[in-house]
Design a protein around this ligand. Structure first.
Ligand code: SF4
Ligand code: SF4
Length: 96
């Protein structure tokens, strides 16, 4: 069996089902012109994957920007957005 690569997710032993393990990640789409810049999504994201952008949308608000690095696809941002400006999707990626 191939050994997993050395990284932050290195296991202390190799699980028997290592090759089938998939990590759950998320993909977030922001409909910028619906955003009113309330910041709820930024405040409630448990992985700090959203932050306020410097640019303005067509209404003059600052929409969030998404950093996919740590997003788990939990969907909190979509649920708390009062303007339905966020769509969060879960995707599964290989651990390797
Ligand atoms: S899906 Fe969850 S982890 Fe990803 S940006 Fe939204 S609140 Fe954050
Ligand atoms: S919760 Fe919705 S309206 Fe508020 S800043 Fe985030 S995307 Fe914009």
């Amino acid at each position: 069996m191939d050994e997993p690569k050395k990284n932050s997710e290195t296991f202390w032993r190799t699980p028997l089902d290592y090759k089938e393990i998939k990590k759950r990640k998320g993909e977030v789409t922001i409909i910028e012109d619906l955003c009113k810049g309330c910041g709820f999504c930024i405040e409630f994201c448990p992985t700090e994957s959203l932050e306020r952008s410097d640019k303005l949308n067509s209404k003059g608000y600052h929409p969030p920007v998404f950093n996919p690095e740590n997003c788990t696809g939990c969907g909190f941002c979509e649920r708390v957005c009062p303007e339905f400006a966020i769509i969060a999707e879960k995707i599964e990626v290989e651990v390797k």
